[in-house]
Design a protein around this ligand. Sequence first.
Ligand SMILES: O=P(O)(O)OC[C@H]1O[C@H](O)[C@H](O)[C@@H](O)[C@@H]1O
Length: 469
Amino acid sequence: MRGMLESFCPLENGDDSCCHFLLHLQDFHWQAKILPLFFCTASHLPYNRNGFKFFTSDGGLNKANIKDILERASRIYEESEHGSIQELEEASRGVVTNVDYMSIYASDLVQAVRKSAGNKDGNVPVAFFRPLLFVLISTNRWKGMHIVVDAGNGAGGFFVDKVLRPLGAVTTGSQFLEPDGLFPNHIPNPEDKNAMKAITQAVLDNKADLGIIFDTDVDRSAAVDSSGRELNRNRLIALMAAIVLEEHPGTTIVTDSVTSDGLTTFIENKLGGKHHRFKRGYKNVIDEAIRLNSIGEESHLAMETSGHGALKENHWLDDGAYLMVKLLNKLAAARTQNSSAGSEVLTNLVEGLKEAAVAVEVRLKIDQSHADLKGGSFRDYGESVLKHLENVINSYSNVHIAPKNYEGIRVSGYGGWFLLRLSLHDPVLPLNIEAPNNDDATKLGLAVLAAVSEFPALDVTALKKFVQE
Ligand SMILES: O=P(O)(O)OC[C@H]1O[C@H](O)[C@H](O)[C@@H](O)[C@@H]1O
């Protein structure tokens, strides 16, 4: 706080922060006023991994930038002659002001939906989730669109009061809207099975038309249709790709590395787009989409199976609330044509997406203190595991290395595929397997197991368990 105060005075403080609204405001309203930003935030992980995020006007900072900041901050702190708590408090008292950015951001989201429903300037307070007035009068069949939100006790609760209700949606049954940094109900992550179970149950219990779930800082999101069908992971990418490709025919969709083969077929054969499967990591997919545009390949969507998705039209911010607004736009537009249109409008957009019967992720830990690392880093060790796997796979005839792949080793065979890669952050090799049935998934798992078993620092317990079940 003190460093911020000294460097960027005056300091403005937004309450109820979700990750991207400040950047959004920075782009649209405050360009010259706010430059560096940081958030004390949680993400999609359990409470013991809460932390900070840093942004400049060019977007989020990466690992190397943050390492540099932390090293410099700790040096400055050590060297400081003014490190007393009293002085820190005095410095903070003078210049911090609270600003309600959230209301401005939320009202922009509301206007985006209103515009999609045909209201060009977005200013008239019409509730677009209700059937049009003449339908109400002539048929007396008024029914508000019922949308439940699960904010996982993160910052996404604003979406109920500041976006959905002003649009006229009914939101009863929404849950875990109050921020609680211990996340007492479920891990706030749309990739997490229990989190998806919770929002699915809320949709079914309340007979809602749609469910929406956010992670803590609202940079990940997912939906559930009225029948309880989850719209997350590959399905959400397929849905967003369908929406984006309607608006930008032929455009390239950049995704992370663990997306399915079925998604490629869907994007390329059904939607007429191009699927560029790149690396894991929201920053990696966003940077890749920006790079493609800079060399003349048009791309409008960069998205991960984790639920991070960024659109060119939204300044490449991986803003989970904006993704959900794109779904609401689709619903609002359909509802102006047909007053009883519901979430099947979204579900129909992913019809034809082929999905594997078995899709698993197994995470293999590297014991960093194991003698087999010979004093080297876990990254080097992981790389040698991957190299060995590549050699072993090349000697097999029934599986083959995928020709285009940007991280780890992706292998096709037995009607499915697997990808073994290094985790972005942890001493872990995540293994993703997709296959048409358990037998084929086991065969793929066994191919990996045979290759990695001779690396004693790698804990293969989870993989053994998977192939034995
Ligand atoms: O490499 P992993 O350990 O699977 O983690 C990968 C994930 O790391 C973070 O959570 C990022 O926010 C995600 O964008 C990324 O997908």
